[in-house]
Every structure is written in structure tokens, then in C-alpha cells.
Design a protein around this ligand. Structure first.
Ligand code: 4NP
Length: 156
């Protein structure tokens, strides 16, 4: 069974698309087959591609996220995915409230998987500049690398 991971931020156009892209990239690098997706707790950007600055930041690392489309998280996600990972504490709180009773997904903060960044939030780069998006990439890819490795070794 391929492990399945859903990354969730607020708008699903900046942080979680980068997290999804970084995770697919890291999984592929170690030959791990995964199911990956991302979503937002909000639905304002549903159907839109990632923010052009997020697409550019990923492209600088050789990763294409331009085919992604935003969507809002839904109750079924907590049954479909093994892991649901929040990009910040607000997202985590909102996801806890949305999670149906009895759903099996493991719900965590993404950076709990990034060595040295445990319990931290990925800051929203939306109102910042390109450097903010590069920082987002660094943080999510650190977590993505460890997450892929731990899934590979059956530690999660
Ligand atoms: P994201 O960033 O949660 O990382 O996708 C945001 C993008 C858009 C909005 C908020 C956060 N917005 O309110 O439109």
C-alpha cells in the first residue's frame, strides 16, 4: 500500500502546494511510491493554480507544481489519507475541529517532521516577497525529506 499524505494550509495556493511538490520530489528521489495531495481550510481559491511566486520558487529547485489546483479540505479526506499535515497551528486547530469521529487519519503539524523545526509553523509567505517563498520551500522540503525517509523505513 502506498502511503498517502495530505498537506493543508489556509488558501492552498502558497505553502501546501510547495509541501506537496517537495514531498513528491523527495519520495521520488528515494524510490518511494506515494499518494500526495494538498488542500486549504478555506475555499476562496478553489480551482486556481498555485500562486505564481510559489510556482517560481519550486521551479528554482527544479520542481514543477504548476499543474496543481486548489481545493478545500473535506471530511472524506480524513478517511482517504493516512496522514493529514497542517502547515501552521491555526490550520491544525481547524483540522481537529473538522475531523469526523472515528476517522483513522493521523493529524500532525508538518514541521514536527523537520529535524530542528519541531512545533514550529511555516509562516505564510503570501504578503511577503520571493525570499519568503524560498524560505517556505526550505522548511517544507526539510520536513518532506524526513517524512519520506521515515515512511520508507516503516517508522510511520
Ligand atoms: P497559503 O497562503 O495558506 O499558504 O496558501 C494564503 C493564500 C491566500 C490567502 C491566505 C493564505 N488568502 O486569504 O487569500
Amino acid at each position: 500500500m502506498r502511503p498517502s499524505v495530505l498537506f493543508v494550509c489556509l488558501g492552498n495556493i502558497c505553502r501546501s502546494p510547495l509541501a506537496e511538490g517537495a514531498f513528491r520530489h523527495e519520495a521520488r528521489a528515494i524510490g518511494l511510491e506515494v499518494v500526495a495531495d494538498s488542500a486549504g481550510t478555506g475555499g476562496w481559491h478553489a480551482g486556481e493554480p498555485p500562486d505564481p511566486r510559489a510556482i517560481a520558487a519550486a521551479r528554482r529547485q527544479g520542481v514543477d507544481i504548476s499543474g496543481q489546483r486548489a481545493r478545500q479540505v473535506k471530511a472524506e479526506d480524513f478517511r482517504r489519507f493516512d496522514l493529514v499535515l497542517a502547515l501552521d497551528h491555526d490550520n491544525l486547530r481547524n483540522l481537529r475541529a473538522l475531523m469526523p469521529k472515528g476517522a483513522a487519519a493521523r493529524l500532525d503539524l508538518l514541521l514536527d517532521y523537520a529535524p530542528g523545526l519541531e512545533r514550529q509553523a511555516v509562516a505564510d509567505p503570501y504578503y511577503g516577497d520571493d525570499a519568503g517563498f524560498d524560505l517556505t520551500w526550505q522548511q517544507v522540503s526539510l520536513a518532506a525529506r524526513d517524512l519520506a525517509r521515515r515512511l520508507r523505513h516503516g517508522e510511520i
